[in-house]
Ligand binder design. Structure first.
Ligand SMILES: [Zn+2]
Length: 132
């Protein structure tokens, strides 16, 4: 998608359903990330001590497994940030979203207003139409 696109819901019931669905997806991402983080901790924490500081240092195979886990966690974060579920700037999942082409992701309408280049013209337009 190369152009700005708005997804705006005016009906309060639809907004509530959208927000619950977004929150469910965000919780699923968080649960998966926590699972990956626990797996990583098993590599780098042994007997309650950071493994690099004791005799049980991770071997090369464990280090590679840790790198794969970190890549998966970063990939999850990137996918969530690029999705329409949560604004990557303010973390809101309850606002209408606008596609922001420079980032290649969706941001909430408030953040879009703060970042996009024509914000002054839009501010004047909002003042003239009393759209706040
Ligand atoms: Zn935002």
């Amino acid at each position: 998608m190369k152009n700005k696109r708005n997804i705006i819901l005016k009906d309060i019931n639809l907004r509530m359903m959208r927000n619950k669905l977004r929150l469910s997806i965000i919780k699923a991402f968080a649960a998966q990330r926590l699972e990956l983080l626990n797996s990583e901790n098993k590599i780098y924490w042994k007997n309650g001590v950071v493994a690099s500081e004791n005799a049980l240092k991770p071997n090369n195979e464990e280090k590679e497994k840790g790198r794969v886990l970190r890549r998966k966690m970063e990939d999850l974060k990137l996918k969530l940030d690029a999705s329409i579920c949560r604004c990557p700037s303010c973390q809101s999942y309850e606002k209408d979203m606008t596609f922001y082409p420079p980032w290649g992701s969706w941001v909430c309408s408030d953040c879009y207003f703060a970042y996009h280049e024509e914000w002054e013209a839009e501010l004047i337009q909002r003042i003239n139409t009393k759209d706040f």
